[in-house]
Design a protein around this ligand. Structure first.
Ligand SMILES: [Zn+2]
Length: 323
């Protein structure tokens, strides 16, 4: 029994440090300031400095300087986040920057639950709008979060993470943050708006934006690629829609110069952008029933590119308001 106890405690001591108890330390060189010291250990971001000060407050001298011969705790190199909705492989993500710190997003993929949205058909497969919109929305969420943004994922599917498949399996598991989605259109839209507005009232960020992602388009014209809608009375919504359009223009010029891109910014009486308290934009990223547009959604790289472009637009818009 005694031996078992000894073995058990030694195992415990071997494993303890691995489970988060190890914190790197370092001792300063002669005349070294905090910034120099942190740079030597490759902690060069502003948040590293802030964290270092918090961790070592009691060990600094009167003038908040380093003392020779003292061991200081180093802030972790990268911070990690965890969002199980991204799926097993991608749940963990690295917060690479604080670019979007102070921004808060409400992300909604169109339709979901009993409503698949528009349905396209390709090579005998059904393409459901809600599944593709959901995948792009999750990719966008992860990208935003890796830049330090706060993100509320309003439409959720506990089983589908970010998927790389060309043909995304269809399902009706999606919920509105855990609540079953009603089939009735008005109830369905009201439910997601109510959810956003409840969160909005609690969130303290000055910059809060709701993004609705759709892959259908009610336009008769086949010429137009992407629609960015905002609420008529909202100057901030208009600014965001224009910023997004601008990013998309530049990306299309770069990647498909011969094809040309025509995205339009419009106002529209859409229930969701009228009823949500945060500034909102409604995106139609193409039409899943259109064979040319289908290519944009089928490849996972393309879905990621769309997410990255939206993220880039949101980042520019956030910067504009946080100057
Ligand atoms: Zn739709």
């Amino acid at each position: 029994m005694k031996y078992i106890f000894i073995i058990y405690t030694s195992i415990l001591f071997i494993f303890l440090p691995i489970h988060g108890f190890t914190q790197e330390t370092g001792t300063p060189g002669k005349g070294e300031g905090i910034l120099q010291f942190l740079k030597r250990f490759e902690r060069t971001k502003p948040e590293h400095y802030t964290q270092f000060m918090e961790l070592n407050k009691s060990k600094l001298d009167k003038n908040n300087g380093l003392r020779l011969g003292v061991k200081y705790t180093l802030p972790p190199m990268n911070r990690e986040g965890n969002e199980p909705l991204f799926g097993e492989k991608l749940a963990k993500y690295t917060i690479e920057s604080d670019e979007l710190k102070g921004a808060c997003f409400y992300l909604v993929s169109g339709h979901g639950g009993p409503d698949p949205g528009a349905i396209g058909v390709l090579q005998g497969h059904q393409l459901h709008e809600d599944e593709y919109a959901y995948d792009i929305m999750l990719r966008l969420a992860r990208t935003l979060m890796s830049k330090g943004a706060k993100v509320h994922i309003i439409i959720q599917d506990a089983a589908d993470g970010i998927r790389d498949d060309k043909f995304l399996a269809t399902g009706d598991r999606e919920t509105c943050m855990g609540d079953p989605i009603p089939l009735n259109q008005v109830q369905r839209l009201k439910q997601r708006c109510d959810k956003i507005n409840t969160l909005f009232r609690k969130d303290k960020e000055a910059y809060r934006r709701a993004i609705f992602i759709h892959l259908d388009s009610r336009s008769e014209s086949k010429q137009i690629d992407v629609f960015f809608y905002h609420y008529e009375g909202s100057a901030k919504g208009k600014h965001l829609a224009n910023t997004l359009q601008d990013v998309f223009n530049k990306k299309y010029d770069k990647h498909q110069p011969n094809r040309g891109f025509s995205g339009t910014v419009n106002t529209r009486d859409l229930y969701v952008i009228e009823q949500t308290l945060p500034v909102a934009v409604f995106l139609e990223l193409g039409n899943i029933q259109n064979s040319r547009d289908q290519q944009r959604f089928l490849l996972n790289d393309n879905r990621q590119a769309l997410a990255n472009w939206i993220c880039e637009g949101l980042t520019q818009d956030f910067r504009h308001y946080s100057k």
